[in-house]
Design a protein around this ligand. Structure first.
Ligand SMILES: O=C(O)CCC(=O)C(=O)O
Length: 275
């Protein structure tokens, strides 16, 4: 599915240069009716402080332990593991860590965090179940782009009711080290076709650059966002790595979409529209 092409720096500038910053609240306790309305209308809630420093540190240690085989989880590298030069910290070559739910208790605590579940229950009007869990590592000096997409266009997240993404920064996530970019209100436009270009993504020409906001947060901050919100992250060309946890939840009554329904919603099979 992956075409394995890189965007040029010029294209990345066009796609990810924000015209403003996402609105935020300080803590989870500040999420009230206004923020829930913002979620419904704009597709996101950004919270500056969710995990404290010690909790962030614990998550980072858990991820390091998975990379070095001291804890359970699956690791995906940005390059083939035998290409990692001797003496290089192999964690710095990791792109993604996944499948740690139910087996890594330190990360499970974050997945089960009562403050997250309280917000999810308000968003869904019912309890939430975990749909997918991963950590996205975005190394310094070239940690790859994640092109614009809707999370529900990915099989594990294609459910009959909208899923919600919970993206937790484990390092300060800034505009220049690959913090999240979002297009507020884009979830209102519904499901759109995705194409295998540099990844499974929205066609670059469908991104309206003048609607792009950046969502920078310090380590411990969290972005809670709708599964149809258009979002993506640019290459990290800075000297600072940017790790994050990305957990997705579905309403407990949601069911997986049938393959036919998935195709109708997220591919061009029915319309033939080209990218
Ligand atoms: O953390 C990132 O760089 C991208 C995360 C994201 O968009 C996703 O996994 O859906």
């Amino acid at each position: 599915m992956k075409a394995n092409r890189k965007a040029t720096p010029e294209l990345e500038l066009t796609l990810y240069r924000p015209v403003g910053l996402a609105r935020s609240v300080k803590t989870m306790a500040d999420i009230g009716e206004e923020q829930l309305k913002q979620y419904r209308e704009e597709g996101y809630i950004l919270v500056e402080q969710f995990l404290n420093e010690a909790e962030v540190q614990t998550c980072k240690e858990a991820l390091t332990d998975i990379v070095f085989g001291r804890a359970i989880g699956r690791v995906q590298y940005g390059i083939s593991i035998d290409q990692i030069a001797p003496g290089v910290d192999r964690e710095l070559e990791v792109r993604k860590i996944h499948d740690f739910a139910g087996v890594e208790s330190r990360l499970q605590q974050v997945i089960d965090h009562p403050h997250i579940h309280a917000v999810l229950e308000k968003i869904f009007s019912e309890k939430a179940k975990l749909a997918q869990e991963m950590a996205l590592m975005k190394p310094a000096h070239g940690g790859g782009e994640k092109p614009w997409h809707q999370d529900m266009a990915y099989g594990a997240l294609a459910w009959s009711k909208a899923v919600c993404g919970v993206w937790i920064a484990l390092d300060d996530a800034e505009v220049d080290n690959g913090c999240m970019r979002i297009i507020p209100r884009s979830h209102m436009e519904g499901a759109i076709p995705h194409y295998a270009v540099r990844d499974w993504q929205i066609c670059d020409t469908n991104i309206t650059a003048n609607r792009v906001l950046a969502a920078p947060v310090r380590a411990g901050g969290v972005l809670i966002f709708h599964g149809l919100l258009h979002h993506g992250t640019p290459t990290n060309n800075s000297a600072n790595r940017r790790r994050s946890l990305q957990h997705h939840y579905a309403p407990v009554s949601a069911e997986k979409l049938s393959p036919q329904e998935y195709k109708r919603l997220f591919t061009n099979e029915m319309t033939g529209a080209e990218c």
